[in-house]
Design a protein. Structure first.
Lengths: 261, 441
């Protein structure tokens, strides 16, 4: 991205905050359980996964209790999938703003990426409680976790710039996103550890940027789990590519948003 | 041709620049829309089909090109208040959108100096689930206010809108009037150098419109540059020193407001005729299953009237043609002053008349007016046919002119003219016991 558009994003930071704040507020305004959903969602999925994959299918979890193993991947995954589906529609669902006011359009996917954070933090709280319960002692590597969270936000931002911009022109994207997320869940080491796959497939898996983020996040939390630097490095590179491609496509198309939305 | 937007943001405390500088420079601006292209490629599937079937088929999807703006150039000085007028679809809104950076020009250059606030709609970004207070923050932020600014002005905004009791109620419980007032209240507290407004005043009741006009008056005296699109010629004439008339994407006339308005108004229905043919009118809206074909002014005994007098009885006859059978249509008309102020709207809907079906073919309906209580002046008529659920079959803005001549309204022999108002009521004065002499004409 050019420096002028970055500085413009900075000038509009308050609007970014308000748009993210609106998304969060509206999400829980009418839900009776409110923020509890941020706890229920990953926790319930964890129970299901533990029952079916951990117990019945006997998927290995590298010595970590399976519930904890899956939950520490489910918390970032819940953020990723929830935010991506919302951010992918962020332009078309705000068409009234796009046709009536000027602001850097990238604020909309960015606000969605930011608006998913409170839920992620609540989910992380659940994760911390679970770690206490299983008496996992964290090490210094825990301090690296925010790096992976940041990487995840960058990935969501890049992906959603691409998807949201395509969505303006091709409404098919709206239907493709849930499908995409469903497939993506299975090619990400959430249910299984990346070591579960043959070496050959592990290399292909690394091209999925969520693989490095999820496994990296896991390694930060569990001291005895070595960080797979090749996996993490590849994922970081792919994330960067996604960001650049997303930003370029967005920049190329954003001038026509108001005309065709 | 290079396209560039240059913008200098001004900090709140900095002095305003000298009045001689241009706030807005528009240089050879054009904007093209490709109408056909959009509907043809919006689905990925079709895009893929065109990709695989090769380019010879791609050519078949003919693109219809519309130039919404063509080679428009003008400068607007600081603190100038300029009205933009023109018919529907002339390109006024597109111009405002380009100036507000919402849409981009196909070619040409736009240069804007200062903090811009554009109000193309009242209450942009309001969210139903959020409370009045929350929406003030959101809307203010969307219009470019800082959080601290909103905080400082919150009480004033709430008071202006008159919604004190409902600040913490979700706005889905607000009436449309309250919503409108809230939206305008936020807008009225903006502090931009340049304000761009699109027909905001066309909505709301008379009291609210007055409040809006006052607020605009304040903005003007506050030394801001204002660009203002409206169909209300009276408002444009009152507020603006200069007007730009846009027609068919080009500047038709640019000059002192009253001159431009005068020549603009002169193009409407050149003179009143007893019968007006509406079949050739192109600037009409609506789906067209049923359309007006003509219009007649008739006297009480059915004779064509080329001219009418205040207080006369008159019949308006609307001729229509239905292409197919039309169910439950509503016929209506609106009467405007020459400056575009709505005097009255009436129609079969207003009278609670339901017409189950109009068979295909020609026909007419009459509106009989017992006494035309209009003061002598020139008036404009807009006619329309609508259907259930706000469906519009046909609409012709300002398609006929109505000239009301001087008349002996109160039988006083005094020829009262338009100086004495727009309309009159059948009336009498009672002087109980006070000696008087009545001038009888």
């Amino acid at each position: 991205m050019k420096s002028e558009s970055v500085s413009e994003l900075w000038r509009f930071r308050e609007l970014l905050y308000f748009l993210a704040w609106r998304d969060v507020k509206v999400r829980y305004k009418q839900a009776a359980l409110g923020v509890a959903w941020a706890i229920i969602q990953p926790l319930f999925t964890m129970f299901i996964f533990t029952l079916f994959f951990g117990r019945l299918a006997g998927v290995p979890s590298d010595g970590i209790p399976y519930p904890l193993f899956s939950l520490c991947a489910l918390v970032p995954w819940t953020y990723f999938s929830g935010t991506l589906s919302q951010a992918g529609n962020s332009l078309i669902s705000n068409s009234n703003l796009i046709t009536k006011v000027y602001f850097p359009r990238a604020l909309l996917p960015a606000a969605s990426a930011l608006g998913g954070m409170p839920d992620f933090l609540v989910g992380s709280g659940v994760l911390v409680v679970m770690m206490f319960y299983y008496r996992v002692k964290p090490s210094w590597s825990l301090l690296l976790a925010p790096l992976f969270v940041f990487g995840m936000m960058v990935l969501v931002f890049g992906m959603s710039m691409l998807l949201a911009a395509m969505n303006v022109r091709y409404r098919d994207v709206k239907y493709a996103i849930p499908f995409l997320i469903q497939i993506w869940l299975f090619v990400t080491p959430i249910i299984y550890p990346s070591t579960f796959l043959p070496k050959r497939f592990q290399q292909i898996l690394a091209l999925n940027p969520m693989a490095g983020i999820v496994e990296g996040f896991r390694s930060c939390l569990f001291p005895n789990r070595p960080m797979d630097l090749t996996l993490v490095g590849t994922s970081a590179a792919v994330t960067l590519v996604v960001l650049v491609v997303g930003a370029l496509y967005f920049r190329k198309t954003e001038r026509t948003f108001a005309d065709i939305i | 041709m290079p396209i560039s937007f240059e913008e200098e943001s001004r900090t709140a405390g900095a002095p305003r620049k000298s009045p001689m500088k241009d706030a807005i420079i528009v240089d050879n601006l054009s904007k093209k829309f490709e109408l056909g292209a959009l509907s043809h490629e919006t689905m990925l599937r079709e895009r893929l089909v065109t990709f695989f079937t090769g380019s010879f088929l791609k050519r078949a999807a003919k693109k219809e090109i519309l130039w919404a703006l063509k080679n428009v150039s003008f400068q607007i000085g600081e603190r100038e208040v300029v009205g933009i007028i023109g018919r529907n679809g002339a390109g006024k809104s597109t111009l405002l959108k380009v100036l507000s950076k919402i849409t981009y020009p196909t070619s040409g250059r736009v240069q804007v100096r200062g903090r811009v606030a554009s109000l193309l709609e009242v209450g942009t970004g309001f969210h139903e689930e959020l409370t009045g207070r929350e929406n003030i923050y959101l809307n203010g932020s969307i219009l470019g206010m800082k959080k601290r600014e909103v905080e400082a002005k919150l009480d004033a905004i709430v008071e202006f809108a008159g919604v004190e009791r409902f600040v913490d109620t979700p706005i889905k419980r607000f009436s449309s009037g309250m919503r409108l007032r809230l939206g305008f209240a936020v807008a009225a507290h903006l502090d931009p150098d340049i304000l761009i407004i699109d027909e905001v005043l066309a909505v709301g009741d008379a009291g609210f419109q007055k409040k809006c006009l006052n607020a605009m008056e304040d903005l003007r005296s506050g030394g801001r540059t204002v660009l203002f699109v409206s169909h209300n010629m009276a408002a444009v004439e009152n507020l603006c020193t200069r007007a730009i008339w846009i027609d068919d994407g080009k500047i038709h006339q640019d000059g002192p407001a009253h001159e431009v308005i005068e020549s603009y108004m002169a193009t409407f229905a050149s003179s009143q005729q007893a019968t007006t043919d509406l079949t050739q009118v192109e600037s009409r809206r609506g789906s067209g299953e049923i359309r007006y074909t003509g219009f007649e002014f008739l006297s009480k005994d059915g004779q064509p009237l080329a001219m009418m007098r205040s207080g006369e009885s008159v019949t308006f006859r609307f001729h229509y043609h239905a292409k197919e059978s039309v169910r439950y249509p509503f016929f209506g008309l609106r009467l405007f002053t020459e400056l575009g102020t709505l005097i009255t709207e009436t129609g079969t809907w207003h009278h609670g008349i339901a017409i189950p079906e109009i068979p295909p073919g020609e026909g007419y309906i009459d509106l009989e007016i017992d006494s035309l209580n209009l003061m002598p002046a020139r008036y404009l008529l807009t006619v329309g046919i609508s259907g259930e659920g706000f469906h519009l079959y046909d609409n012709l803005d300002h398609c006929a002119r109505l000239d009301v001549e001087d008349a002996n309204i109160y039988s006083s022999g005094r020829n009262l003219s338009g100086h004495y108002g727009i309309m009159f009521f059948p009336q009498r004065w009672r002087l109980r016991g006070i000696p008087s002499i009545t001038h009888q004409g």
